[in-house]
Write a protein that binds this ligand. Sequence first.
Ligand SMILES: Cc1cc2nc3c(=O)[nH]c(=O)nc-3n(C[C@H](O)[C@H](O)[C@H](O)COP(=O)(O)O)c2cc1C
Length: 209
Amino acid sequence: MNTGLYETIHRRRDVRAQFTGAPIPDETLQRILTAAHAAPSVGLSQPWDFILVRDPELRQEFHRHVERERDTFAATLDGAAAERFARIKIDGVRESTLSVVVTYDPQRGGPAVLGRHAIADAGLYSVCLAIQNLWLAATAEHLGVGWVSFYREPFLRDLLGIPATVRPVAWLCLGPVTHLEQTPDLERHGWRQRRPVSSAIHHDRWTTG
Ligand SMILES: Cc1cc2nc3c(=O)[nH]c(=O)nc-3n(C[C@H](O)[C@H](O)[C@H](O)COP(=O)(O)O)c2cc1C
């Protein structure tokens, strides 16, 4: 058993508030991106790309957009949920060292992508596996990652010049951190609790309750 892998999986956190902004050595970033690029993909399509966003102005503009989307979501809440959400930080776009925007190109490896004919989403699943590899590799390097999804895809496409046929899947904040929390932020803020693994396991057929 590789205990290091399990340790990394359980130490991984989504980071918003703990970024220091310190530089990431080029070799470290390369190792992390190479790990992401080693992910499995449907039909070996490797449909991902990684846009490294360092430009402070681009990040500031994206952050303003995230704030507007935060307001949009906040307007759907009331009472205790609104109060809880107001206390939750949802991104570290400006504080982290850099951002990695991960995209999905459904045309890569096409038109006959082996294994995708019945499930179009299999391409998207492949991109998510690359993201998870990146997240775990960064954790193994003692860096933090924060996934930001408070954005509209057309906005991000325009901001970074992403072609219309390519889909932005994630804006990831990446960089050194003061520490990784032991408990997810949303759990610490009373937004939602993790459920026990036993409640996610079914035997032979779907069971309810
Ligand atoms: C697809 C996806 C989108 C997410 N978007 C955001 C986001 O916009 N802002 C944020 O603060 N966290 C975001 N998260 C992080 C989750 O809130 C976090 O993973 C979850 O609360 C569990 O915490 P942990 O990752 O620290 O275990 C996202 C996570 C995923 C997988």
